[in-house]
Design a protein around this ligand. Structure first.
Ligand code: PA5
Length: 445
């Protein structure tokens, strides 16, 4: 298990000694992170989480997951942002967008409360019709509008289906340990609850019950997931030239300081798609503040070579790419020979798709580098639970170091409140009357 940082495609963009120049800075960031003396130091619960987690709760998560797998055909997971992305990313990474659990014919997992679309909600409701189901509602605050609306809908559905008593056996709430609307409601209704620790922010919470319950319900091995995270926690515990997590954080900042203000996360496996979304939240919300930050973008190749390839090759040169590759991406497929070679593809006969994909990757990296886009390669071993735990921790820790190098507090998100205030005012929420008038004037209504 490993994530190896490769810098050979930074040649011509970053000199080896530039890593030496920032090494002291990296060490300082490491120190303030581990001594808990930096900005956001009350949100560092994720740092030792792979070892310091609630073992009693972990056992309850596995039990609840088993019950869900035994008594349900559908699991509806309600949550948004950090209370959504990690679980979905992990489940689809271990399976695929179409195969989101180990026994795909049995338990279907649907994610709701991550948007405000009525038609999306109706479609999921239709998929739940006549199905045995469970609900996992996830919200630290318990007041997030998107997830609260969805929970209202699914609470009603569950009570219609199973009655109040039956519903409470099938609704699982993941929330604050003591406070908040969802915690209070769960206590009143008697739902089984799981905890989002106070010192773990949403985007760093995938290895808490937030991610673990849906991942376990999907049939994946959360013991192995935690083992992988433990290994990464140990491997990246100290600064040094062999700490690939810190080298990645350093490379991002070296490139940023040269005007490479957009990072494109690229992967050649479609199962990585939601991991891209998870990465974008992790880095976007952690670094994009005080008018600074690397803009996190993403692509899945070769798919997006047919859409974004032109821009990356030839557009604005403010980009660098980080390519996540896997030594073993799972079961292979071998191209067959065709007697008539009608499509001229017999030169690929008997080749595994993994090899063709690898050549596409190598060819693309060389082309993009020639086009002026520095490439970082992060090579992981396999697409399984242990490697996923390792990868998650790698990106979380690199994000913390990178954010400190950038000079921001990587653990807050003051900017996400502004839209909510406007939305509440426009919706006529009590207490927002004055602000509503100002906004209506601006809208000309
Ligand atoms: O990272 C974050 O803090 C956010 O993305 C939150 O997770 C998101 O807004 C959901 O919040 P909550 O869990 O309180 O419903």
């Amino acid at each position: 298990m490993a994530v190896k940082f490769q810098d050979k495609y930074l040649n011509g963009f970053v000199k080896p000694e530039e890593f030496d120049h920032v090494s002291r800075e990296v060490e300082l960031c490491h120190d303030i992170l581990h001594q808990k003396s930096g900005a956001g130091n009350d949100f560092l619960g994720w740092l030792n989480l792979p070892f310091d987690y609630d073992k009693e709760e972990f056992a309850r998560i596995k039990k609840a997951a088993e019950k869900i797998r035994n008594d349900s055909e559908v699991l509806v997971v309600i949550g948004i942002g950090g209370s959504y992305l990690g679980a979905r990313a992990a489940i689809e990474f271990l399976g695929s967008p179409y195969y989101n659990n180990l026994d795909s014919n049995k338990l279907k997992i649907y994610f709701v409360g991550n948007n405000i679309s009525g038609s999306y909600l109706n479609q999921i409701l239709a998929l739940c019709k006549d199905k045995e189901m469970s609900v996992n509602v996830i919200s630290k605050s318990g007041t997030t509008t998107e997830s609260a609306i969805a929970f209202r809908v699914f609470k009603e559905l569950m009570e219609e289906k199973y009655g109040k008593e039956g519903a409470k056996e099938r609704i699982y709430a993941t929330t604050d340990k003591a406070r908040g609307t969802l915690k209070n409601l769960s206590t009143a209704e008697g739902y089984e609850t799981f905890v989002i620790p106070d010192d773990v922010g949403g985007r760093f919470s995938v290895l808490t019950a937030v991610g673990l319950l849906p991942i376990a319900a999907a049939g994946y091995d959360i013991d192995k997931l935690m083992l992988g995270a433990q290994k990464a926690c140990t491997d990246f515990a100290a600064p040094g030239a062999d700490n690939d997590c810190y080298r990645y954080a350093a490379a991002r900042n070296i490139l940023y300081r040269k005007g490479k203000t957009t990072e494109i996360m690229a992967c050649y496996e479609p199962s990585w798609q939601m991991m891209n979304e998870w990465y974008k939240q992790l880095y976007g919300e952690s670094e994009g503040k005080d008018q600074k930050g690397i803009f996190p973008a993403s692509v899945i190749f070769s798919t997006d070579l047919h859409s974004m390839g032109q821009f990356i090759q030839d557009g604005n040169r403010n980009l660098f790419e980080t390519v996540v590759s896997f030594k073993n991406a799972g079961e292979d497929y071998f191209v067959k020979a065709d007697e008539n070679n009608f499509d001229g593809l017999n030169f690929l006969a008997d080749q595994p798709m993994s090899e063709i994909n690898k050549k596409a990757m190598q060819g693309t990296i060389l082309a993009h580098v020639s086009g002026g886009v520095p490439n970082i390669v992060l090579e992981a071993d396999a697409m399984d639970e242990e490697n996923l735990g390792y990868i998650i921790y790698f990106f979380e820790k690199a994000c913390a170091i990178s954010g400190y190098m950038l000079g921001v507090n990587p653990f807050n998100q003051p900017g996400v409140e502004d839209y909510k205030v406007n939305m509440f005012a426009l919706l006529g929420k009590p207490g927002y009357e004055e602000h509503r008038e100002e906004l209506l004037k601006k809208l000309g209504e």
